[in-house]
Ligand binder design. Structure first.
Ligand code: NAP
Length: 270
């Protein structure tokens, strides 16, 4: 019955190309839950949060451009999300809205499934919201983080906050590490011919991760493979962050392979 349905949603602007509805709806269906997931194109985040309470929406994903703006508007924020400075998940606990960050969990899970990260060096490109989640994840799994960003002042600020090393982006020319992680949007569709670093720098990294998932794979990953590196796309992080959202909202184990299949099918259409 419609009035029994549990509603979840996405708060962002734009939201049209988001894969979150496909992923979460597939999970609800697979578990036979009477639940829906709606993408809301938000004009005003403060009113959107009031709407969540007023409509009894159980939980939400938060995306660009609200991940930071939403923090002071919530009744509670998980300490890790506060440290990262970004909320991508809201849980509505009887009218009290609590914010979490599952991006870092998504990163942690996909890296831990792929390699032993303990003591390994990670060069992180970018210093925005995603970089902060990745940086937190790298330190949490026992990796050594080196932050490189176009705006060197921003790199310095973020690196000092997290207690790691930083360099301007140009330092990539001499950089060597176990893993390179791109957290910039460079190479994302429709500018999918672009790369965040020159091709010849890639042979100095054993592994390359691009957190972009459209296209699959990005040019960065294709070039890294040609140089003999192992690669991982942003699809893994996206799926794992979504799985953690599902767990937070429902308290249930997410049907991970169902979610992967639904998202892959959608990506293959584009
Ligand atoms: P953001 O806060 O806007 O940060 C973007 C970062 O990229 C900044 O550090 C910026 O450098 C850098 N950058 C942008 N354009 C650049 C260019 N042309 N050359 C060099 N550096 C450039 O964005 P975000 O929220 O961190 O998101 C970044 C990317 O991560 C997006 O593509 C997003 O879709 C992806 N993402 C993926 C997942 C996943 O689950 N797979 C999760 C979250 C985000 P400056 O500081 O110099 O401006």
């Amino acid at each position: 019955m419609l009035d029994d349905v549990s509603v979840y949603g996405l708060l962002g602007n734009p939201v049209r190309h988001s894969l979150s509805p496909i992923m979460h709806r597939a999970a609800f269906r697979a578990l036979g839950m009477n639940a829906e997931y709606v993408a809301f194109q938000v004009m005003d985040i403060k009113h959107a949060l009031a709407g969540i309470k007023g409509l009894g929406i159980r939980g939400a994903s938060v995306t660009i451009p609200f991940k930071e703006e939403v923090i002071p508007l919530l009744e509670g924020v998980d300490p890790v999300a506060r440290k990262i400075g970004a909320v991508n998940t809201i849980v509505n606990r009887d009218g009290i809205l609590i914010g979490y960050n599952t991006d870092w969990m998504g990163f942690k899970s996909c890296i831990s499934n792929w390699m032993d990260p303990e003591g390994k060096s990670f060069v992180i490109l970018g210093a925005g919201g995603a970089a902060r989640a990745v940086l937190y994840g790298v330190l949490e799994i026992g990796g050594e983080a080196i932050l490189l960003n176009r705006d060197a002042e921003r790199a310095k600020r973020v690196a000092e906050e997290f207690g790691c090393v930083w360099h301007p982006l140009e330092a990539i020319k001499t950089m060597e590490a176990d893993v390179l992680v791109n957290t910039t949007p460079v190479g994302m569709w429709p500018k999918d011919r672009e790369m965040p670093v020159p091709r010849e720098t890639l042979r100095r990294f054993q592994r390359v991760v691009d957190i972009i998932y459209n296209p699959l794979p990005t040019r960065l990953l294709r070039e890294a493979e040609k140089e003999g590196g192992k690669t991982m796309s942003g699809l893994e992080m996206f799926l794992h962050q979504g799985a953690e959202q599902f767990r937070l909202w429902t308290g249930m184990d997410p049907p991970f392979e169902v979610m992967r299949k639904a998202v892959l099918e959608e990506l293959q259409k584009t």
